[in-house]
Design a protein around this ligand. Structure first.
Ligand SMILES: [Zn+2]
Length: 471
């Protein structure tokens, strides 16, 4: 009996796939999902170098580091001015970023919704922004000549939606609704790749409170969530006083990542935490209004923007709730934006070198790249070691399952593939070289974000990756 059991167990791995499906095509998919192989990806490194340089914008066009690196690595593909296709690596990074944003927004009670991109002119006329927005608004008409725009932001739509609820109770407030969707802005000069594009992803949150006092509490809570988000991503951000622009309202802050190519000019105090966009304070001001310290100018990329709106929109659309005396009262609002694709590009802009992409570790498309030896080389037999490492990792660290990619382009030298891995910025690169052939096999491990290199056994590599946080 024992013998029979053992025998049966030994057959299990062979039997299992057969019992699932007989289709050959299906089998192939099952095999492919076992180890993620770079050769199976629609991936930049599969593009010819000349083709890639041909994708650059016209000579004389403004480019920046993130745009150049993202084009060269094939992370984005230009479609029309200011519009890009996002390739698989970019989508992976973006989906992770969205998870991190969801985590922060839901931690403060945010409820995720999804509103249409097509927004009727009627709503925008009601808030008087149909004319105010001018040429920035992408406008279109349907077959009945009814006018619409492609939403750059959704204050009108969300406020109208709340207004139509009628029976909202004060007990349900504060209400924090947010979405992460495509937004559209007809930029006069789209430039810098995903930093200023005409079609982009934005997280926009709209909050409804019972009073101005409560709305300020909500405002600070969302700002704190933003600070915590950027901290999680390891990005240095300055919160600056900002102009309310055509969104309107009484108070506004921008979250700016300091960068030389930044299009916003900021004034930062040398002695306290005061910082402001030059547009937000009177021109020529050299002294900090809070401590009389000296203001110095720097440039930043705006990645977030918060507005206290008061009743600007809620009074127009009559977005009200029933107060504790069961009387209708107008809700007090705030709106809060995060440029999702812009954060991605800005992170690459400030973390990368001229030739190598660096990601915030949390949102890197893959955490680990494994490099087996070159086919026909002296180390070739070490490929067994690295495949074993891959399979053991999958078993012991299930979180690493979708996070590990095997650079199976074994017709290339280890050096060439390490160079590619360096350019792509995988946080960890594990190589099976000469030392993997020793009696106690060791792998060469590159931690690209710190520049450290170690030689570790299989157990050592697994231990190292055990502590890696995955979203
Ligand atoms: Zn100051």
């Amino acid at each position: 009996m024992e013998g029979l059991m053992r025998c049966w167990r030994e057959f299990l791995p062979i039997l299992a796939p057969h019992t699932r499906h007989h289709c050959r095509h299906h089998h192939r998919l099952v095999d492919r999902s076992k180890r993620l192989a770079l050769s199976q990806f629609f991936h930049p490194m599969n593009l010819q170098e000349e083709m890639v340089s041909g994708l650059e914008t016209k000579p004389g066009d403004l480019t920046c580091r993130s745009q150049r690196l993202m084009l060269k690595a094939g992370l984005i593909y230009p479609s029309s001015p200011g519009c890009y296709s996002y390739m698989p690596f970019t989508v992976r990074a973006m989906e992770k970023l969205i998870k991190v944003i969801d985590r922060e927004m839901q931690a403060i009670g945010g409820l995720k919704i999804n509103m249409p991109s097509i927004s009727s002119a009627e709503l925008w006329r009601k808030s008087e922004r149909w004319d105010l927005m001018g040429k920035e608004l992408f406008r279109l008409a349907d077959r009945h000549s009814k006018e619409y725009c492609l939403g750059p932001t959704h204050e009108e739509m969300v406020t109208d939606m709340i207004a139509c609820q009628g029976s909202l109770s004060y007990r349900q407030l504060p209400l924090l609704l947010y979405q992460i969707t495509r937004k559209f802005r007809d930029e006069p000069k789209p430039r810098f790749g995903l930093l200023r594009s005409r079609e982009f992803y934005m997280k926009d949150m709209y909050t409804f409170d019972v009073s101005e006092e409560d709305a300020y509490l909500t405002y600070n809570m969302v700002c704190d969530a933003y600070s915590s988000l950027f901290q999680d991503l390891g990005l240095e951000v300055v919160k600056v006083q900002a102009d309310t622009g055509n969104i309107g309202g009484k108070m506004s802050h921008e979250f700016q990542i300091p960068a030389t190519i930044g299009e916003d000019r900021l004034l930062v105090c040398s002695s306290c935490r005061f910082a402001a966009n030059v547009e937000a304070i009177s021109s020529g001001q050299k002294e900090c209004p809070q401590c009389q310290g000296t203001l110095s100018e720097t440039k930043g990329i705006e990645v977030g923007h918060t507005f206290y709106l008061g009743t600007k929109y809620s009074s127009v659309f009559n977005a009200s709730y029933m107060n504790n005396q069961n009387k209708p009262a107008v809700a007090d609002m705030g709106c809060y934006g995060l440029g999702v694709t812009r954060i991605l590009a800005a992170a690459i802009e400030v973390l990368s070198t001229e030739s190598s992409i660096r990601w915030p570790r949390l949102i890197a498309p893959f955490q680990v790249c494994l490099i087996p030896p070159k086919k026909g080389s002296k180390e070739e037999t070490a490929s067994v070691q690295i495949e074993k490492l891959y399979d053991d990792m999958m078993e012991i660290l299930p979180l690493m399952k979708g996070e590990t990619i095997l650079d199976d382009r074994t017709h290339l030298t280890i050096g060439k593939r390490l160079n590619d891995a360096n350019k792509m910025g995988y946080p960890y690169v594990v190589i099976a070289g000469k030392k993997a052939l020793e009696k106690s096999p060791q792998f060469e491990v590159w931690c690209q974000n710190t520049g450290e290199v170690w030689f570790l056994t299989k157990e050592g590599v697994i231990d190292l990756l055990r502590s890696v946080e995955v979203v």
